[in-house]
Each structure stands twice: as structure tokens, then as C-alpha cells.
Design a protein around this ligand. Structure first.
Ligand SMILES: CC(=O)CC(=O)C(=O)O
Ligand SMILES: [Mg+2]
Length: 211
């Protein structure tokens, strides 16, 4: 594990994920657009470093990749304004919100929690830490994902419905954020099934790639 990963892999880390934050992905999964950020938690036990194999959960027959920009929180915060939100960002990571889509569809239909679909062990592969200043514009960065070399997701963070300051401010009204917590900011369209043996690659602008 590199020093950069060590920044994140500390006890007490929270991963707060935002759902349906891109219109095109919201369209492909249905149920309309959110009026406020749609939040769910992924446990710290879902976290793996880049290159660690993803375990397909028992009884899952449709595992999906979701490439996402992760925002790494730099300091303890609660109830902060949108105006000061970016001061609380230490940097970014490229991450996958691996989703058991069959479990997810059932949960949505029944109105039950998404934990099993989104929070199982290994469902959050995370790439190396990217310092804040290395990302010129986090609201205009290409985000892509390939499976076995074929391009599946090709989005841009400019298409987020709720931008990063809004997400940080909104989340901080409900959850105290601590250093090294991560906010996954949602995925663009193109999610698709991955099977045992597939290789998933992702990229953020020209800055980082994960595999
Ligand atoms: C409906 C979803 O897949 C929610 C989600 O995780 C997203 O990134 O959007
Ligand atoms: Mg997601």
C-alpha cells in the first residue's frame, strides 16, 4: 500500500455516496431525477485499493461498474456553507461504486435499503490520492471507464446535477465529516455488467488511471 492510500485507509473512514447525480445515468436506471442529493453510505469494509480483486457477492447475477469522482475531506466539518465548502477538500480519488444491480433493482422496487446492493465487501475500489491542486477544474474533468479495453462510460463532471460545494454543504448538515472521509459524487451513463475475470479500468482527465 502506498503512502497515498494510507491517507484514506484509516479506521473511522466514512464513504458517503451520491446517487443519480448525472441526468444520463438517472435516465438509464429510471425513477426520475432527485430534487435533493440522494445519499447512501458504503461501509469502510467496502474499500479496497486499486488492483485488489472485487469479490462477486453470493447470489448476485448482475454486477455493474460505476466510475465516480471521489472528494477527499481534509478537516473535520459540520454544517458548513457552500461558499467555504471547497476549503474542506484535501483532494480527490478515482473510485468505483461497484453495484449488485439485481439486488439494487429489487431494493428499489420494494423500497428497502440499498446496503446489500452497494455496500458489500470490495464494492469500493479506490485509486491513488490526487492532491486538490492537481485537478484544474473538478467540475470539468473527463471521467471514463473501460471493461476489457472497451469504452463503457465516457462522461464529464460538468454534467453533475449537484456540484461539489452543494454536496459538501448538504451532507455536512447531517453527517459530521472527518479527515479522509470520501464523497462519491455519482456516475455518468454507460454502466454495464462485469463478470469474473474482466478487467475494469477507469480514468480522470489525464491525471490518473485505475485498473
Ligand atoms: C441509481 C444509482 O446507480 C445510484 C448511484 O450510485 C449513482 O452513482 O448514480
Ligand atoms: Mg454510484
Amino acid at each position: 500500500m502506498s503512502g497515498n492510500f494510507a491517507r484514506f485507509a484509516e479506521v473511522g473512514t466514512k464513504i458517503i455516496a451520491v446517487g443519480k447525480n448525472y441526468r444520463d445515468h438517472a435516465g438509464e436506471v429510471g425513477n426520475g431525477l432527485p430534487e435533493t442529493p440522494l445519499l447512501f453510505l458504503k461501509p469502510a469494509s467496502s474499500y479496497i485499493t486499486e488492483g485488489t480483486p472485487i469479490k462477486i457477492p453470493k447470489r448476485c447475477s448482475s454486477l455493474h461498474h460505476e466510475i465516480e469522482l471521489g472528494v477527499v475531506i481534509g478537516q473535520k466539518e459540520t454544517d458548513i456553507s457552500e461558499g467555504s465548502a471547497m476549503n474542506h477538500v484535501a483532494g480527490y480519488v478515482l473510485a468505483l461504486d461497484i453495484t449488485a444491480r439485481d439486488f439494487h433493482s429489487i431494493a428499489k422496487k420494494k423500497g428497502t435499503p440499498w446496503d446489500l446492493a452497494k455496500g458489500f465487501d470490495t464494492s469500493c475500489p479506490v485509486g491513488k490520492f490526487i492532491p486538490k491542486d492537481a485537478v484544474a477544474d473538478p467540475h470539468n474533468s473527463e471521467l471514463w471507464c473501460k471493461v476489457n479495453g472497451a469504452l463503457k462510460q465516457n462522461g464529464n463532471t460538468k454534467d453533475m446535477i449537484f456540484n461539489i460545494p452543494h454536496l459538501i454543504s448538504y451532507i455536512s448538515q447531517y453527517f459530521t465529516r472527518e479527515p479522509n472521509d470520501i464523497i462519491l459524487t455519482g456516475t455518468p451513463a454507460g454502466v454495464s455488467v462485469v463478470k469474473a475475470g474482466d478487467v475494469i479500468q477507469g480514468g480522470l482527465a489525464k491525471l490518473v488511471e485505475i485498473k
